[in-house]
Design a protein around this ligand. Structure first.
Ligand code: ZN
Length: 201
């Protein structure tokens, strides 16, 4: 692909492999986004220079990564493999969806840090997926129920937790299974965790 020297330097500097870049020059916006997605490529070379500086390297959503390299880290998080999990607190009557690379450590930390102000967190189930960040976001957007925020402490500092949901475990599980393509006896799992069937107030 005909990258300029400046682009090659930029890619190397940000540890982006050349084959992570889809050649979307001469394609319409929707065409290049679709092809890049199909090919599993996170970035696109376009023939339409960015307005600010005339750069050509973009995210699939069309943001210039040369003007805003922070987008690279965001994309990396979104597409990084990891566990997505459902945790529940009987004390708070809330469900939490999260991602982590180390499920045991996370399960322990939720309790130690009293996430959201509750210390009886239990990671009810988890699944390893290739796009952990994106999968978490999809699940969160599809689970019905009231979002609640609580304060918790991390390294002695008060933090705000914004990822808790007041919903039934069943509705969270249905979305989770659909998004992670987990094949399991959902009925049996629901039975196993029926004390986490929280309803909205
Ligand atoms: Zn730019």
């Amino acid at each position: 692909m005909p990258f300029t020297d400046e682009e090659l330097y930029f890619l190397a500097h940000h540890l982006i492999a050349k084959d992570e870049v889809h050649d979307g020059r001469w394609q319409t916006k929707s065409r290049r986004e679709w092809e890049a997605k199909e090919a599993g490529k996170a970035f696109i070379l376009t023939s339409a220079p960015c307005r600010a500086q005339g750069h050509r390297l973009r995210t699939r959503a069309g943001h210039c990564i040369q003007c805003d390299p922070k987008k690279i880290a965001y994309i990396r998080r979104e597409t990084q493999a990891g566990y997505v999990y459902i945790a529940g607190s009987l004390e708070g009557r809330v469900i939490k969806i999260g991602t982590t690379e180390d499920i045991d450590r996370r399960a322990n930390r939720l309790i130690v840090e009293s996430y959201g102000g509750f210390s009886d967190w239990r990671v009810l189930l988890c699944a390893w997926v290739s796009n952990a960040g994106r999968t978490e976001r999809e699940i969160l957007s599809r689970i019905p129920g009231e979002r609640t925020a609580g304060v918790y402490f991390k390294d002695g500092q008060a933090q705000t937790a914004v990822e808790m949901i007041r919903c039934s475990f069943s509705s969270a599980l249905d979305v989770f299974a659909a998004e992670t393509l987990a094949i399991a006896d959902l009925k049996a799992i629901k039975k196993q965790f029926e004390e986490y069937e929280f309803t909205q107030r």
